[in-house]
Design a protein around this ligand. Sequence first.
Ligand code: GLU
Length: 238
Amino acid sequence: MCGIVGYIGYREALPVLLSSLERVTYRGYDSFGVALLNGQGIQVFKEIGTVEERRHQVQNLQGTLGIGHTRWATVGRVSAVNAHPHQGCSVDLAIVHNGNIDNFLPLRQRLQSQGHEFRSETDSEVICHLIESHGEVEIVEATRRAIQELEGPFAMAVLHRASKRLILARRESPLVIGLGEEETFVASDAPAILPYTNRVIFLEDDDLALVWAGGMQVGRMEPKLPAKCTRLPGMQDR
Ligand code: GLU
Protein backbone atom coordinates (compact mmCIF):
# COMPACT_ATOMS: atom_id res chain seq x y z
CA MET A 1 0.00 0.00 0.00
CA CYS A 2 1.06 3.59 -0.40
CA GLY A 3 -0.50 7.03 -0.71
CA ILE A 4 -0.79 9.19 -3.81
CA VAL A 5 -1.66 12.88 -3.94
CA GLY A 6 -1.84 15.56 -6.61
CA TYR A 7 -2.72 19.21 -7.02
CA ILE A 8 -3.36 21.56 -9.93
CA GLY A 9 -4.64 25.08 -9.44
CA TYR A 10 -3.57 28.57 -8.42
CA ARG A 11 -1.91 27.92 -5.04
CA GLU A 12 1.67 26.90 -4.49
CA ALA A 13 1.33 23.12 -4.77
CA LEU A 14 4.05 22.06 -2.33
CA PRO A 15 2.27 22.86 0.97
CA VAL A 16 -0.95 21.26 -0.35
CA LEU A 17 0.92 18.12 -1.42
CA LEU A 18 2.79 17.80 1.86
CA SER A 19 -0.26 18.22 4.06
CA SER A 20 -2.27 15.82 1.88
CA LEU A 21 0.61 13.34 2.14
CA GLU A 22 0.54 13.61 5.91
CA ARG A 23 -3.11 12.57 5.83
CA VAL A 24 -2.34 9.44 3.77
CA THR A 25 0.80 8.51 5.71
CA TYR A 26 -1.09 5.62 7.30
CA ARG A 27 -0.97 3.97 3.83
CA GLY A 28 2.85 3.90 3.77
CA TYR A 29 5.66 5.69 5.52
CA ASP A 30 9.11 4.34 4.64
CA SER A 31 9.84 7.17 2.20
CA PHE A 32 8.07 9.96 0.34
CA GLY A 33 8.52 12.36 -2.53
CA VAL A 34 7.04 15.13 -4.64
CA ALA A 35 7.40 16.35 -8.24
CA LEU A 36 6.40 19.86 -9.26
CA LEU A 37 6.17 21.45 -12.66
CA ASN A 38 7.47 25.00 -13.00
CA GLY A 39 9.37 27.17 -15.49
CA GLN A 40 12.46 25.00 -15.10
CA GLY A 41 10.62 21.78 -15.92
CA ILE A 42 9.76 18.98 -13.51
CA GLN A 43 11.62 19.15 -10.20
CA VAL A 44 11.70 16.19 -7.84
CA PHE A 45 12.47 15.84 -4.15
CA LYS A 46 12.42 12.42 -2.47
CA GLU A 47 13.78 11.06 0.76
CA ILE A 48 13.44 8.18 3.19
CA GLY A 49 11.31 8.72 6.31
CA THR A 50 7.97 10.46 6.65
CA VAL A 51 6.84 13.94 5.64
CA GLU A 52 6.45 14.79 9.31
CA GLU A 53 10.03 13.78 10.13
CA ARG A 54 11.62 15.39 7.07
CA ARG A 55 9.43 18.40 6.35
CA HIS A 56 12.21 20.83 7.29
CA GLN A 57 14.52 19.24 4.68
CA VAL A 58 12.12 19.41 1.75
CA GLN A 59 13.43 21.79 -0.90
CA ASN A 60 11.16 24.75 -1.47
CA LEU A 61 10.01 23.68 -4.93
CA GLN A 62 7.79 26.20 -6.68
CA GLY A 63 4.86 25.42 -8.96
CA THR A 64 1.10 25.16 -9.00
CA LEU A 65 0.99 21.63 -10.43
CA GLY A 66 2.45 18.60 -8.73
CA ILE A 67 2.19 15.02 -7.50
CA GLY A 68 3.32 13.29 -4.32
CA HIS A 69 3.70 9.83 -2.85
CA THR A 70 4.31 8.19 0.50
CA ARG A 71 5.69 4.69 0.02
CA TRP A 72 5.44 1.29 1.61
CA ALA A 73 7.97 -0.66 -0.42
CA THR A 74 6.78 -3.82 -2.16
CA VAL A 75 9.40 -4.10 -4.94
CA GLY A 76 12.88 -2.76 -4.24
CA ARG A 77 14.51 -1.64 -1.02
CA VAL A 78 13.63 1.38 1.05
CA SER A 79 15.87 4.09 -0.38
CA ALA A 80 15.63 7.62 -1.73
CA VAL A 81 16.24 6.35 -5.28
CA ASN A 82 13.41 3.82 -4.97
CA ALA A 83 11.05 6.41 -3.50
CA HIS A 84 8.48 7.92 -5.85
CA PRO A 85 7.99 9.99 -8.01
CA HIS A 86 9.86 8.11 -10.72
CA GLN A 87 11.09 9.41 -14.03
CA GLY A 88 12.10 7.65 -17.22
CA CYS A 89 15.09 8.39 -19.43
CA SER A 90 13.90 11.94 -19.89
CA VAL A 91 12.99 14.36 -17.12
CA ASP A 92 9.84 15.48 -18.93
CA LEU A 93 7.71 12.89 -17.16
CA ALA A 94 7.14 11.88 -13.54
CA ILE A 95 4.80 9.30 -12.10
CA VAL A 96 3.59 8.10 -8.71
CA HIS A 97 2.20 4.59 -8.41
CA ASN A 98 0.34 2.56 -5.81
CA GLY A 99 0.19 -1.20 -6.38
CA ASN A 100 2.28 -3.87 -8.01
CA ILE A 101 3.19 -4.42 -11.65
CA ASP A 102 3.28 -8.21 -11.65
CA ASN A 103 4.91 -8.43 -15.10
CA PHE A 104 7.48 -5.69 -14.52
CA LEU A 105 10.50 -7.97 -14.99
CA PRO A 106 9.83 -8.97 -18.61
CA LEU A 107 8.74 -5.41 -19.38
CA ARG A 108 11.94 -4.05 -17.82
CA GLN A 109 14.10 -6.52 -19.74
CA ARG A 110 12.40 -5.62 -23.01
CA LEU A 111 12.75 -1.89 -22.40
CA GLN A 112 16.40 -2.28 -21.36
CA SER A 113 17.10 -4.18 -24.58
CA GLN A 114 15.61 -1.18 -26.41
CA GLY A 115 18.07 1.12 -24.64
CA HIS A 116 16.06 2.37 -21.65
CA GLU A 117 18.19 2.97 -18.56
CA PHE A 118 16.63 2.29 -15.18
CA ARG A 119 17.63 4.14 -12.01
CA SER A 120 15.62 2.29 -9.36
CA GLU A 121 14.82 -1.30 -8.39
CA THR A 122 11.07 -0.72 -8.37
CA ASP A 123 8.34 -2.14 -10.53
CA SER A 124 6.86 1.36 -10.79
CA GLU A 125 9.67 2.85 -12.86
CA VAL A 126 8.74 0.56 -15.73
CA ILE A 127 5.57 2.65 -16.20
CA CYS A 128 7.63 5.76 -17.04
CA HIS A 129 9.72 3.96 -19.63
CA LEU A 130 6.68 2.25 -21.13
CA ILE A 131 4.95 5.62 -21.56
CA GLU A 132 8.13 7.04 -23.11
CA SER A 133 8.31 4.09 -25.49
CA HIS A 134 5.00 5.34 -26.95
CA GLY A 135 6.50 8.78 -27.62
CA GLU A 136 5.03 8.83 -31.13
CA VAL A 137 1.57 9.66 -29.76
CA GLU A 138 0.36 12.34 -27.35
CA ILE A 139 0.75 11.74 -23.65
CA VAL A 140 -2.76 10.58 -22.71
CA GLU A 141 -2.79 8.03 -25.50
CA ALA A 142 0.80 7.01 -24.66
CA THR A 143 -0.31 6.43 -21.06
CA ARG A 144 -3.32 4.41 -22.18
CA ARG A 145 -1.14 2.23 -24.40
CA ALA A 146 1.38 1.71 -21.60
CA ILE A 147 -1.39 0.68 -19.20
CA GLN A 148 -2.62 -1.94 -21.66
CA GLU A 149 0.61 -3.81 -21.00
CA LEU A 150 0.45 -3.73 -17.20
CA GLU A 151 -0.62 -6.72 -15.14
CA GLY A 152 -1.56 -6.27 -11.50
CA PRO A 153 -3.24 -3.56 -9.43
CA PHE A 154 -2.38 0.10 -9.78
CA ALA A 155 -3.42 3.63 -9.16
CA MET A 156 -1.21 6.24 -10.74
CA ALA A 157 -0.79 9.91 -11.44
CA VAL A 158 1.28 11.05 -14.40
CA LEU A 159 2.78 14.52 -14.69
CA HIS A 160 4.08 15.56 -18.10
CA ARG A 161 5.97 18.74 -18.86
CA ALA A 162 4.14 19.50 -22.09
CA SER A 163 0.64 18.60 -20.97
CA LYS A 164 0.26 20.85 -17.90
CA ARG A 165 -2.54 18.55 -16.76
CA LEU A 166 -2.52 15.44 -14.61
CA ILE A 167 -3.34 12.04 -16.02
CA LEU A 168 -4.84 9.54 -13.58
CA ALA A 169 -5.62 5.87 -13.91
CA ARG A 170 -6.64 3.09 -11.61
CA ARG A 171 -7.29 -0.62 -11.47
CA GLU A 172 -7.98 -2.25 -8.07
CA SER A 173 -6.25 0.54 -6.12
CA PRO A 174 -8.20 3.59 -4.94
CA LEU A 175 -8.00 7.11 -6.37
CA VAL A 176 -10.25 10.11 -5.77
CA ILE A 177 -10.52 13.54 -7.34
CA GLY A 178 -11.63 16.63 -5.44
CA LEU A 179 -13.05 19.54 -7.41
CA GLY A 180 -12.52 23.05 -6.06
CA GLU A 181 -12.97 26.49 -7.63
CA GLU A 182 -10.28 26.66 -10.33
CA GLU A 183 -8.27 23.97 -8.53
CA THR A 184 -8.36 20.19 -8.45
CA PHE A 185 -7.04 17.77 -5.86
CA VAL A 186 -6.11 14.10 -6.13
CA ALA A 187 -5.55 11.51 -3.42
CA SER A 188 -5.70 7.83 -2.60
CA ASP A 189 -8.56 8.54 -0.27
CA ALA A 190 -11.07 11.29 0.42
CA PRO A 191 -9.98 12.41 3.92
CA ALA A 192 -6.71 13.67 2.40
CA ILE A 193 -8.54 16.32 0.37
CA LEU A 194 -11.62 17.03 2.48
CA PRO A 195 -9.94 20.05 4.11
CA TYR A 196 -9.97 21.66 0.64
CA THR A 197 -13.20 20.49 -0.95
CA ASN A 198 -16.14 18.17 -0.34
CA ARG A 199 -16.89 17.69 -4.05
CA VAL A 200 -15.20 14.31 -4.34
CA ILE A 201 -15.34 11.88 -7.26
CA PHE A 202 -14.28 8.26 -6.77
CA LEU A 203 -12.65 6.81 -9.86
CA GLU A 204 -13.67 3.28 -10.82
CA ASP A 205 -11.59 0.39 -12.08
CA ASP A 206 -10.26 1.02 -15.59
CA ASP A 207 -11.01 4.74 -15.49
CA LEU A 208 -8.51 7.01 -17.18
CA ALA A 209 -8.93 10.65 -16.17
CA LEU A 210 -7.45 13.95 -17.18
CA VAL A 211 -7.65 16.74 -14.60
CA TRP A 212 -6.86 20.42 -14.83
CA ALA A 213 -7.43 23.45 -12.65
CA GLY A 214 -10.96 24.05 -13.88
CA GLY A 215 -12.26 20.49 -14.19
CA MET A 216 -11.80 16.93 -15.32
CA GLN A 217 -12.67 14.39 -17.96
CA VAL A 218 -12.98 10.65 -17.37
CA GLY A 219 -12.85 7.90 -19.97
CA ARG A 220 -12.69 4.12 -19.82
CA MET A 221 -9.68 2.01 -20.63
CA GLU A 222 -10.17 -1.23 -22.44
CA PRO A 223 -10.25 -3.85 -19.64
CA LYS A 224 -7.29 -6.18 -19.84
CA LEU A 225 -8.23 -9.79 -20.44
CA PRO A 226 -6.55 -12.55 -18.39
CA ALA A 227 -3.51 -13.90 -20.27
CA LYS A 228 -5.28 -17.03 -21.54
CA CYS A 229 -8.49 -15.31 -22.74
CA THR A 230 -9.20 -13.84 -26.12
CA ARG A 231 -12.24 -11.78 -26.96
CA LEU A 232 -14.27 -13.33 -29.81
CA PRO A 233 -15.85 -10.96 -32.34
CA GLY A 234 -19.13 -9.56 -31.00
CA MET A 235 -18.59 -11.04 -27.52
CA GLN A 236 -18.93 -8.84 -24.42
CA ASP A 237 -16.87 -9.31 -21.25
CA ARG A 238 -18.92 -10.36 -18.23
N1 GLU B 1 5.36 -1.36 -5.92
C1 GLU B 1 5.66 0.03 -5.67
C2 GLU B 1 6.93 0.20 -4.89
O1 GLU B 1 7.40 -0.70 -4.24
C3 GLU B 1 4.50 0.72 -4.99
C4 GLU B 1 4.37 0.31 -3.57
C5 GLU B 1 2.98 0.37 -2.98
O2 GLU B 1 1.99 0.69 -3.61
O3 GLU B 1 2.88 0.02 -1.82
O4 GLU B 1 7.49 1.27 -4.92
